[in-house]
Design a binder for this molecule. Structure first.
Ligand SMILES: Nc1ncnc2c1ncn2[C@@H]1O[C@H](COP(=O)(O)OP(=O)(O)OP(=O)(O)O)[C@@H](O)[C@H]1O
Ligand SMILES: [Mg+2]
Length: 417
């Protein structure tokens, strides 16, 4: 702040008092000269003495006015300094030749230079060597058309500390019309920590996205591909049991198992390509009719599917959720229920698609299913939730199970059509 130090008012006050005292000695001198019988000089001094009060008054008034003005300037200057020092950022004021005329104390915290080390130095001292030459050009350009703006918005700005270390900086510039000509104020902020936090946030977002993808893949593998292979295995097991008694039917079953395995290979290929089984066509009614048919053929359980014609359109996530939930529900029926019939119903309810899958099998006690060992029901609930919908299971031992899923239509879930 040394460069802005102004002359203190106190010496001036003494000068005016001294001047008035000096003038006040003139009448005394006139009286002395009269007493010494030097009338001409005494008259001259008497005339001067007569002018002492007005002259003294004028000097005193003028002095006081100048004094007030100087005090006003010091007050303004103090306010200006307070403003600079209260800023959380380094502030450097630079003249047109690029010389630093003022730096606030925060500059020391940011750059490690004392302010008096900076005043008079070229502003480029605060930049890494590699940027200095370019900056000199930019600086000249700035004074041709000074304006308040962030510096080099798309540039990766760097500051250089006294110890040579560099840091990511954000700098904003504004012109300052001062007595000594046009100056530029640069407000410099060390944004290392902010950039680090932004990078960290970005990394966490990417990690969360990767985790979601991993979970979805695990669910797709479990509910889609593994279930398909499992179903083929069940069929072959049953075929093995029947081979002696009904060889003709077994041959047909083995053929179907081969077809199913080929389909599954197709699924895996498509899955690798798109990370989701291809057999979900994107059309819920069509895909569910397909898996109902497949289920009936493979399980030999009587299966009906009833589709209300006008279903509200679903988001792709919603459609895929319904498809995988239905697959897992049917696999559970085949593995656990000993049911003889299954009814699948798809209907529109208040802008949502409602899917019911009801079997007449063994039913189960939901309080006895432990999520750690069983993924299927948990995955179903999670898929429904992720698609903004609900899953509801009604099961009574010996009276069958009904799974009801409701997935909101595209409009309801706010996705553009
Ligand atoms: N339709 C059903 N009829 C009878 N029991 C069922 C039915 N659906 C589910 N269950 C019971 O609920 C349990 C949990 O099912 P869930 O799908 O979560 O696991 P899982 O089928 O045993 O194993 P996986 O994790 O391979 O799916 C099953 O073990 C079974 O006892
Ligand atoms: Mg299951």
């Amino acid at each position: 702040m040394d460069s802005f130090a102004s002359a203190s008012a106190r010496p001036d006050r003494y000068q005016y008092v001294a001047a008035i005292l000096l003038l006040a000695t003139i009448p005394l001198l006139a009286v002395a000269l009269g007493a010494l019988d030097m009338p001409r000089w005494a008259w001259l001094l008497a005339a001067m003495a007569a002018s002492v009060p007005p002259a003294g008054g004028a000097v005193a008034l003028g002095g006081a006015a100048i004094q007030r003005m100087r005090e006003g300037i010091t007050r303004r200057e103090r306010r200006f300094r307070n403003l600079l020092e209260s800023a959380p950022d380094a502030i450097v004021i630079v003249d047109q030749r690029g010389r630093i005329v003022l730096a606030n104390d925060q500059t020391t915290a940011v750059f490690g230079y004392k302010t008096n080390e900076l005043v008079g130095q070229s502003v480029e001292i605060l930049m890494p060597e590699s940027l200095r030459a370019t900056h000199e050009g930019h600086r000249a350009g700035y004074f041709d058309a000074p304006s308040t703006r962030p510096m080099g918005e798309r540039l990766n700005l760097m500051g250089r500390r006294k110890d040579g270390s560099v840091f990511a900086a954000e700098i904003s510039l504004s012109p300052l019309d001062a007595e000594e000509g046009m100056l530029a104020t640069a407000v410099i902020r060390d944004v290392t920590e902010r950039r680090r936090l932004e990078d960290e946030r970005q990394r966490l977002r990417a990690e969360a996205e990767a985790e979601r993808t991993r979970q979805r893949m695990a669910m797709d593998l479990h509910d889609g591909i593994i279930q398909s292979i499992y179903a083929v295995g069940l069929n072959l097991e049953a075929a093995a049991d029947d081979i002696a008694t009904n060889p003709g039917e077994v041959a047909a079953r083995i053929d179907r198992a081969i077809d199913d395995l080929n389909d599954t290979i197709g699924d895996i290929r498509a899955y690798i390509m798109e990370l989701r089984p291809a057999r979900f066509s994107g059309e819920v009614a069509e895909s569910l009719t397909g898996i109902a048919h497949e289920f009936r053929v493979n399980s030999l359980i009587e299966t009906t599917i009833d589709v209300t014609q006008a279903l509200p359109p679903l988001t792709s996530e919603g459609g895929s959720a319904l498809f995988h939930i239905a697959k897992e529900a049917l696999n559970n029926i085949r593995r656990h229920s000993r049911a003889t019939s299954v009814e699948i119903t798809l209907r529109a309810v208040d802008g949502a698609v409602q899917l019911d899958i009801a079997d007449n099998g063994a039913g189960f006690d939901q309080s006895h299913t432990h999520a750690e060992q069983h993924n299927g029901l948990r995955n179903m609930a999670s898929r429904a939730r992720t698609a903004g919908g609900t899953l509801n299971i009604e099961s009574t031992p010996r009276a069958g199970t009904r799974i009801r899923v409701e997935i909101p239509g595209k409009q309801q879930s706010g996705e553009p059509g």
